[in-house]
Structures are given as structure tokens and as C-alpha cells.
Ligand binder design. Structure first.
Ligand code: KIV
Length: 278
């Protein structure tokens, strides 16, 4: 159990000492509270909430209001974990001004400790302006789901020399623009290792091998609660989905069989009162 708040300084210390940064997504108060009490370093309110909470096929439709609503709930449950909230599609790509205003809303209204943006050199002016406003930025490169239509599908990124070089150049650019850390998604592990060794800010991998400075997973994947698709990089730590389904089935059959509610689940009243009701 951690007893101090994770900050950007903690991230930097982890980079220096080699202690791995643990990060998971969460979208609600109860889950955030459980993760926080388990000692997680950071919680990402990912726009993956579009997939796992709202049932969209991608993250494109997620709004600022969605992120604020879920971010606020997570912040209330996270005492020591750093809360990073994703900036949704088109909340920062449109202009530097929009980026700063919307990052500010996530800090003020969702009580985020940092924001995350997808993209490289093309969004460096936004990263610089947001960090200049005193808001820590986590960058995100590799498979950036908001660009799914440009990528043409969920594919590993940076496999050719040209693309690997571009990823490394973009990693250097976001660091220079002021990002305090960088998420690398679906990147070959040797390339993630090279980027991690090149940068002075920590990298957080998801499908990017073990040499990143930390790891992040979508919690429904880790708990076996989301079956629409399971990426290769997911490790399941529990079969909570199966347990939930069994519990729901047991509840339904208890109702059918009259086994619930039982006496201990009910409230009593003086029988005289019932008798005197007209
Ligand atoms: O939205 C999200 O959950 C993410 C992670 C996959 C890194 O961005």
C-alpha cells in the first residue's frame, strides 16, 4: 500500500532507479478506489471508455463531457495514484487554443493530475502550450486509436526502417515539447527499448515489450471482462467476466426458485401495525 501521491517527480525517479511504473485504466469511483488501495502508481481514464464502457467500436465518438464525467468519478476514488485523463478526439487537434482550454477543463472539472494526447511532431505546439500552462502531458505514440481510420485497422506500428525512424523522431519531439512521459502502444519491443533508452522521460508500454519504464493495461482486459476483442499483448489475471455471468445466473435462478430474498435480507415491522392498516 502506497502512502504518498504519485507525481511527475515519482515518474522521473522511477526512470532513474529502474522501478517499473504500474498503470491501469479505470472509469469509475469503485474501481479506482480498489486500484488505489492495491498500490497502483497511476490510473488512466482512457478514451478506451468508448469501447469498454459505452460499447462504441472505436474511440472517435468519445466527448469531453464523457471524459469529465468518468474522470471526476475516478479522481474521487484515487487518493495516491496519479490520475491521467485522455483528451478525446478533436479536443486538441483543432488548435493550440482548443487544446489548452480543454486540458484546463480536464484539470478543473475532472480533477486530473495530467492529460494524455495522441500524436507526434504535429501536436508538439499543443503539448508545449499545455505544459506551459502548468499541466503535465503524457504523450502517446505507436498505435494511436484516434487515428484508426488513417491507419486502416489496429496494427503494430514502426515495422519498417522509415516508420521506426519516424517513431523515434516523434518520441524525441514530444519529449522536447515538454511531455513528462510517453505511452507506446503496439510497437515492436526492440524499437520500444531503443526509444526508452534514448529518452530521459519514462515510457509506459502497452504491447511494447518489457523494456519500457512502466506498463498500462485496460482493466477489463486484465480481468477478463471484455470479450469483443482481446489483443495479443493482454495478460489475464482473473476471469471476472465468467464469475459475473455465473453470479447473474445464480441470482436469476434464486428468484425463480424462491431462494432470494431470505429472512436475513428483509426488514420487520410490528404485526399489529399491518393488522390496523385499512
Ligand atoms: O484509452 C486508453 O485506454 C489508452 C491506453 C490503451 C493506453 O490510451
Amino acid at each position: 500500500m502506497k502512502d504518498t501521491k504519485t507525481t511527475v517527480l515519482t515518474f522521473q525517479q522511477c526512470k532513474q532507479t529502474g522501478k517499473k511504473i504500474s498503470m491501469l485504466t479505470a472509469y469509475d469511483y469503485s474501481t479506482a478506489k480498489l486500484m488505489d488501495s492495491a498500490g497502483i502508481d497511476a490510473i488512466l481514464v482512457g478514451d478506451s471508455l468508448g469501447n469498454v464502457m459505452l460499447g462504441y467500436e472505436d474511440t472517435i465518438s468519445v466527448t469531453m463531457e464523457d471524459m469529465i464525467h468518468h474522470g471526476r468519478a475516478v479522481s474521487r476514488g484515487a487518493k495516491n495514484a496519479m490520475v491521467v485523463v485522455d483528451m478525446p478526439f478533436m479536443s486538441y487537434q483543432t488548435s493550440v487554443y482548443d487544446a489548452v482550454v480543454n486540458a484546463g477543463r480536464l484539470m478543473k472539472e475532472a480533477r486530473a493530475n495530467a492529460v494524455k494526447l495522441e500524436g507526434g511532431a504535429e501536436i508538439c505546439p499543443q503539448i508545449k502550450a499545455i505544459t506551459d500552462a502548468g499541466i503535465p502531458v503524457m504523450a502517446h505514440l505507436g498505435l494511436t486509436p484516434q487515428s484508426i481510420n488513417a491507419f486502416g485497422g489496429f496494427k503494430v506500428q514502426g515495422k519498417t526502417l522509415e516508420k521506426a525512424q519516424k517513431l523515434l523522431d516523434n518520441a524525441r519531439a514530444v519529449e522536447k515539447a515538454g511531455a513528462f512521459s510517453l505511452t507506446l502502444e503496439c510497437v515492436p519491443s526492440a524499437l520500444a527499448k531503443k526509444i526508452t533508452e534514448t529518452l530521459s522521460i519514462p515510457t509506459i508500454g502497452i504491447g511494447a515489450g518489457k523494456d519500457c519504464n512502466g506498463q498500462v493495461l485496460v482493466y477489463q482486459d486484465l480481468l477478463g471482462m471484455f470479450s469483443d476483442f482481446t489483443p495479443k499483448f493482454v495478460k489475464r489475471y482473473a476471469e471476472v467476466g465468467t464469475m459475473m455471468k455465473e453470479a447473474f445466473e445464480n441470482y436469476i435462478s434464486d428468484l425463480d426458485n424462491g431462494n432470494f430474498p431470505e429472512k436475513q435480507h428483509t426488514y420487520t415491522i410490528d404485526e399489529e401495525i399491518i393488522k390496523n392498516l385499512v
